[in-house]
Design a protein around this ligand. Structure first.
Ligand SMILES: [Zn+2]
Length: 72
């Protein structure tokens, strides 16, 4: 048995690179991932070990349920 208590968040672009690990109780809906083109929206950054893309992240607060739709 290994890492049963965590889940892995993969690169949203290539879906192969491991960006980070989250605890099993973490709600992944709070995590938003952005590609390089949307980096301006992100607060945290990681680099994909597979494709080398810069992945932006936001950890949304639970009470922040009023989502601001910025459009696509
Ligand atoms: Zn990648």
């Amino acid at each position: 048995m290994k890492d049963k208590e965590s889940r892995t968040i993969y690169c949203p672009l290539c879906h192969r690179g491991r960006i980070l690990d989250a605890a099993s109780q973490t709600n992944p809906a709070h995590l938003r991932l952005f590609g390089p083109r949307q980096a301006a929206k992100a607060e945290w950054f990681a680099k994909c070990p597979k494709c080398g893309s810069q992945i932006g992240m936001i950890f949304q607060k639970e009470r922040n349920t009023e989502q601001q739709q910025t459009g696509v």
